[in-house]
Write a protein of this length. Structure first.
Length: 271
């Protein structure tokens, strides 16, 4: 497992000392095909544990395809094929004998559009546990409360857990979906533009939540909003035409990019 030294992105007055950063997800020479079409080209990067990594780039650049490759969500697409290596804690997720169901428990996913089930708030959060065979009500109660608390939703819904999840606001529904993903205790949380359909206030709550969740989870977020990437992430990768153009500490990407293409994108010359 690769170990590097990094500095948490803080102002000089509040900067913390250097801490050991451990690679959680290692990507080497990863390519992806839809049939004969190659949509990702030789991606190489290390995603650090308990940090937020943002993926930015114009529409159709491959960032969402890459995100879904980490927990093999693309497997359901006919003709999809991966080449290369994505490893979590050193184990290749595309290796022989990998249990994809178990992988997706370890690597949760939150989608662009909130997708609560037409069930109660409680049943939405408990769903994954019940599918996994948990029946003990006390255990379910504990996990539902903990997950909703971590998703910053408990105080808003604790008195109406049996109400329909579909009655929640858009921002609350998205936080409910985050709670549902957290309930099965993942190690990595993938977020595909989780705030793109939300108003500014709900977006701020999601961003604050993302920042807090990295204490317990490794987070990879795709966003079209570069300001959001700058606010919430520790590292940022810029994708273009299926290639990872540049990957670095977020401050470096936005303040001193090494590649002209990166500079042109973040300064709005195209996109």
């Amino acid at each position: 497992m690769q170990v590097t030294l990094g500095i948490d992105r803080e102002s000089p007055k509040t900067a913390r000392p250097k801490t050991e950063t451990i690679t959680k997800v290692e990507v080497r020479n990863f390519a992806f095909f839809y049939g004969e079409s190659k949509v990702l080209h030789d991606i190489n990067l290390d995603i650090p544990q308990n940090r937020v990594t943002a993926l930015i780039g114009p529409s159709g650049c491959g960032k969402s395809t890459f995100l879904r490759s980490i927990n093999r969500m693309n497997d359901i697409i006919p003709g999809a094929r991966a080449v290369g290596r994505i490893a979590i804690d050193g184990a290749d997720v595309y290796g022989a004998g990998v249990d994809v169901v178990s992988l997706r428990r370890r690597v949760g996913m939150v989608f662009q559009k909130s997708n609560p089930f037409p069930k109660s708030i409680y049943d939405n959060v408990a769903y994954g546990l019940r599918i996994g065979g948990v029946r003990d009500r006390r255990r379910l109660d504990e996990v539902v409360e903990r997950s909703l608390t971590r998703a910053a939703l408990w105080t808003e819904v604790k008195d109406r857990l049996n109400a329909s999840a579909l009655a929640l606001s858009g921002g609350q529904q998205q936080r409910l979906c985050i709670a549902r993903a957290l309930a099965v205790d993942p190690e990595v949380l993938l977020m595909d533009e989780p705030a793109s359909a939300l108003d500014p206030i709900a977006t701020q709550k999601i961003e604050e939540l993302v920042y807090e969740l990295k204490e317990n989870y490794t987070i990879v977020i795709v966003t079209h909003n570069m300001q959001q990437a700058a606010r919430v992430s520790d590292r940022t990768g810029f994708f273009m035409l299926g290639k990872l153009v540049e990957y670095d500490e977020t401050n470096a990407i936005f303040m001193n990019p090494k590649e002209k293409l990166t500079e042109d994108y973040i300064t709005g010359r195209f996109g």
